[in-house]
Design a protein around this ligand. Sequence first.
Ligand code: FE2
Length: 326
Amino acid sequence: MYPIHFNELPNGYAALENEPEFDPAIHLALEKPETLYSLSDLGYTGETLESAPAKFAATSVFRVLSAEGAETLYHTVKRLEEFATSNPRIERNVRGGVYRSKFLRDLCLSPDITEFLSDIVGLKLMPHTIPHQLGHLNFNPKDIGKNVDKWHVDTLRFDYVMFVTDPTKNQGGQFQYFKGTKEEMAALKKAGQEVPADRVISPAMPGPGYAVLQQGNLVVHQAKGLTAPGERITMVNGYVPHDPRFPDYSRYDQLCHADPEDVVTTEYSKHIAVQANRFLEQNLVQQKFGENPANIAQDLEQAAEMLQFAAAQIRAGKGTMEHFGD
Ligand SMILES: [Fe+2]
């Protein structure tokens, strides 16, 4: 069960009224992707590869929504567009839509989708416990040609990027990922070089409701601008490994660029509390008699480190925004 409740909304947020009810039998049309890329395919080796929660990197295109699901999501998202904000990386995005729209929230928390994605990754996932990392919406900038989002990696582990609008009606506007590591991308950019075209994967999206899943912290990706007038909207939904022993990859310093700092602080600390709670429950509350004292001490230390690391992130505050440029 998802451990965060939505009884209370952040200041300034109000729930939409008269929403359609999310129904997985009507709105979903889950179809497995044909191709999976691994972290090794992208060139990752050594410690990064060993410490990653899964060897999975990214998928080819797969279907998430039925035609009716895509249409209902589009109408919901259009009701949220007026709440778009800007940050140094993305000109127009809506975050926190899951507080306003129950339809969006139920879609993003759907156990059917979570189970389907866990199967692809080969690791049990759960929807991200920072609600602003659920149902993130990108809208194309008003200026033609301007990229929707720059080359970057995500501040979370797993996410899918799904087209809400029909990409076949647009010119440009591709979602792309880099066939390489983030260190290679940083080196290319530092040397002032172009990203070689043969190392960019541009999945062909056949319609709205289709997506790509990625280990977003290790797959460098971007969203291209439209080259002719049109509407391009995508939704990004985040997940964390279900097992709380995997380290947290949230970046408080970066999230403060995207969302109001007080909201980020509350959400981030709740997220860490949930993770620490689940960790303590799994490893200590449920432990058997006769456990090795050194293991028990290590578990207690790991829980303390989780909390202390998060406190240090909050005290350090907002950092410099990180991305690799256009
Ligand atoms: Fe991203």
